[in-house]
Design a protein around this ligand. Structure first.
Ligand SMILES: [Zn+2]
Length: 291
């Protein structure tokens, strides 16, 4: 049964404090980074930062993240009511607000559509983990939320189970969302995830087996993560793991495998594999004859 949230007083004057002005500059700089890295297009993506118990700065709707200026930003309360700003707040603010409400330690949320990570989101697969220390330390195993229509309360709630023990989630058939102590750090997690997804794709194309960390190496990277105080479901109490990490959509490649498994004989995937192997062998034969 959802509990009515306690009514908190709002302070619209927080919109213009020196602290808010500094954060507005940071949001604009990060918005430009997202656009330059091709993580957003059109008016896509949104960024927010909590600046008071009931006050959140956020990006407006229908503005490219490349063109953002501090004057475009909005102030909302935790229910999404706009308190200040000449532009209308993003319609995705409810996703951000659910994250702030689920974990009061979170100060910044960022949503975008980086291509390689979004490819995982539309195939309902999560990137394999345990291969690169930076990815394990800053992000680690990424959950995937079930699909819901963007902008709805149902969509906003899909992320709640993952907020406490992760800092990044794939949004099924949509994109990604990252959260942290600052807007800059939330953007780092987006960069780390996107580059990792891209690197894993390249590694697979080399055709050689991928080497995964062994138990001792995993302990090593988790130790670094503990020192940084970054969230990870593997560091969470056992009783909390099931509820925070039971994805609504079971990822098909969540567990690393040393050897790729063959598709079932006669299946479309098997037929495709046979066609690919045949074409590769014929190619090689043709090349050797023309040499
Ligand atoms: Zn989006």
């Amino acid at each position: 049964m959802p509990q009515p949230s306690p009514t908190l007083a709002t302070r619209p004057e927080l919109f213009s404090t020196p602290q808010a002005e500094a954060i507005k500059q940071e949001i604009c700089a990060v918005g430009r980074k997202l656009w330059l890295r091709q993580y957003v297009d059109g008016n896509g993506g949104n960024i927010s930062c909590r600046i008071g118990p009931n006050e959140v700065l956020c990006t407006p709707t229908m503005v490219s993240k490349y063109d953002l200026t501090p004057e475009d930003l909005c102030l909302v309360d935790l229910e999404g009511n706009q308190l200040a700003g000449r532009e209308r707040r993003t319609s995705e603010i409810f996703l951000h607000l659910e994250i702030f409400k689920a974990n009061p330690e979170v100060k910044a949320v960022l949503h975008c559509h980086p291509p390689h990570a979004t490819a995982h989101a539309i195939t309902h697969t999560v990137p394999d983990y345990l291969t690169l220390p930076e990815f394990e330390v800053f992000v680690g195993k990424v959950p995937i939320t079930p699909y819901a229509t963007p902008g709805t309360a149902e969509f906003a709630r899909t992320v709640i189970p993952f907020v406490k023990h992760h800092n990044t989630a794939l949004l099924a058939n949509h994109g990604i969302v990252c959260w942290g102590d600052t807007v800059t750090h939330a953007e780092w997690y987006a960069e780390v995830l996107e580059t990792y997804c891209w690197t894993m794709l390249l590694a697979r194309q080399l055709g050689a087996p991928i080497t995964y960390f062994n138990a001792e190496q995993v302990e090593g990277v988790l130790g670094i993560k503990r020192r940084y105080g970054l969230p990870d479901h593997r560091l969470a109490p056992r009783e909390e793991r099931a509820c925070t990490c039971g994805p609504a959509i079971e990822p098909i490649n969540a567990l690393p495998t040393a050897e790729p498994s063959l598709p079932e004989a006669g299946s479309p995937a098997f037929e495709q594999l046979v066609r690919t192997i045949t074409a590769t062998v014929l190619d090689k034969l043709r090349n050797s004859q023309t040499r």
